[in-house]
Design a protein around this ligand. Structure first.
Ligand SMILES: *Cc1c(COP(=O)(O)O)cnc(C)c1O
Length: 459
């Protein structure tokens, strides 16, 4: 593209022709459009030359940081050797073989096989078809309901949005059937007078109640993110996952861990299910699988599921043109090699994770902050109108979060606002000095927001 175009020209063209995702198209103004042009490590530059820290690792995905030549070179070299071939019809490619083998090594021991797709959303579509087909193969076609949770995010295709628990998404374009939702373990928002432990048990037992209501004999699977990401980095109380595990262990229901965000080191383990000690039958992955260098997703299936497909037989009528795309697999392989060599998972668990968490705890003391949580390198702060009233939230929600998010951007740090929670999810390569800078920018953004609210007489 012509690099001599001014930012104003670029914004004009973008507004004229580019229909953005997850956007209110009436209110997206010209001047709000930021044109990102370059990135290196945790830093990005826009078309006006502003340097901004990528506190969200793109969209929760750039775990190894931007601009890694090793990945770029691996893709270039694969593209010149074999830029594309499919994996239908008894064919495979070298990168698809190598990546599937790497995933078998990295994932928990029950996983030896992976199916490839292009994203987290299509991965969860694959999950829907796979679990229902699994039960059909076992002669139990009535087991087709998939349980999820309110405020879960599992992607944006129709099936993935139906699995998710976002009411706004359900309202636009409808949902598919035989999907239902239990409560979410969001103590700050819904825990009322309960302790976190009590509330965690209650939220878990809403799954048990749902199963009893609908009948275990009709339920195929339960899907959940270890920590809800897009829902607001909802870190469950310690009592939650052990109770879910008890409920699932007592029943013949598959468990799917949606590891699209929590996978690949984000929570300090390779996978979020390891951080919480659950034992999934399937895992959906995307985002950190390639650190976003190229689009790729995967669904890993446990031996229990693979064995049924291998012994019962019959074609599984499912696949994508780009399943196992060689260049995307090459990007993922190079990305995972960096993670292994630089020990980024271990670094998140015992070095930069705890280091940023210390800063985060201090943000919790700010007068605007009601809760500050962080696991590994994913965290949130909940902005509140009055710290002295436990768990009181802004009503209506969302406005203050957006003010703070805009200040943060202006101060050089990308954070995301989910209602009035500010979310952070930086690359796992963040240095200590960068973490110090991140915390300083976040603090200034909270101060600026507090000033605004005081000026408006709202606080
Ligand atoms: C982002 C996300 C998805 C969807 O992935 P896409 O690549 O955007 O389709 C699914 N599940 C979770 C938990 C996610 O965060």
């Amino acid at each position: 593209m012509n690099v001599n175009l001014s930012t104003a020209d670029l914004r004009q063209k973008d507004a004229a022709h580019h229909f953005h995702p997850f956007t209110d198209h009436k209110t997206l103004g010209l001047d709000e459009r930021r044109v990102m042009v370059r990135a290196d490590g945790v830093w990005m530059w826009d078309s006006d030359g502003n340097r901004i820290m990528d506190g969200m690792a793109g969209l929760w995905c750039v775990n190894v940081g931007h601009g890694r030549q090793e990945i770029i070179e691996a893709v270039r070299s694969q593209m010149s050797e074999l830029s594309y071939y499919n994996t239908f019809f008894k064919t495979t490619t070298l990168p698809a073989i190598e990546l599937a083998e790497m995933l078998a090594e990295i994932t928990p021991p029950q996983f030896k096989m992976s199916f490839f797709g292009g994203s987290g959303s299509d991965g969860n579509d694959t999950v829907v078809r796979m679990v229902r087909t699994y039960w059909q193969m076992l002669g139990k076609p009535e087991k087709k309901i998939i349980l999820s949770r309110v405020n879960a995010y599992h992607g944006s295709t129709v099936a993935a949005a139906a699995l998710g628990g976002m009411a706004g998404m359900h309202a636009q374009g409808g949902v598919i059937g035989d999907i239902d939702h239990a409560s979410q373990p969001f103590w700050f928002g819904e825990g009322q007078d309960m302790t976190p432990e009590e509330f965690g048990l209650q939220a878990a037992r809403s799954l048990e109640a749902k199963i009893d209501e609908l009948g275990e004999e009709n339920i195929a699977a339960f899907i959940a993110e270890p920590i809800q990401g897009a829902g607001g980095v909802i870190v469950p109380p310690d009592s939650y996952w052990p109770e879910i595990k008890r409920i699932l262990d007592e029943r013949d229901i598959l468990f799917i861990s949606d590891e699209v965000i929590c996978g690949f080191g984000r929570t300090g383990s390779w996978f979020g299910c390891q951080t919480y000690g659950t034992e999934p039958d399937m895992m959906t992955m995307a985002k950190g699988l390639s650190s976003g260098y190229l689009p790729i997703g995967a669904v890993s299936i446990s031996d229990k599921i693979a064995d049924v497909f291998h012994t019962v037989g019959g074609e599984f009528f499912h696949g994508y043109t780009y399943s196992g795309h060689p260049a995307c697999c090459a990007a993922a392989i190079a990305n995972l090699k960096i993670m292994q060599r630089e020990k980024l998972v271990e670094r998140c668990a015992s070095d930069i994770g705890p280091y940023l968490q210390e800063h985060w705890k201090k943000l919790g003391e700010h007068p605007l902050v009601g809760e500050a949580v962080m696991v590994g390198l994913m965290g949130a702060i909940e902005l509140v109108p009055d710290k002295s009233e436990p768990k009181k939230r802004f009503e209506p929600g969302g406005e203050v979060g957006n003010i703070a998010r805009d200040h943060s951007f202006k101060n050089g740090l990308v954070m995301r606002a989910v209602r009035d929670r500010l979310i952070i999810c930086p690359p796992l390569t963040l240095t200590h000095a960068e973490a110090d800078e991140l915390a300083a920018m976040a603090t200034k953004s909270l101060d600026d927001t507090l000033d605004d609210l005081k000026k408006q007489g709202r606080i």
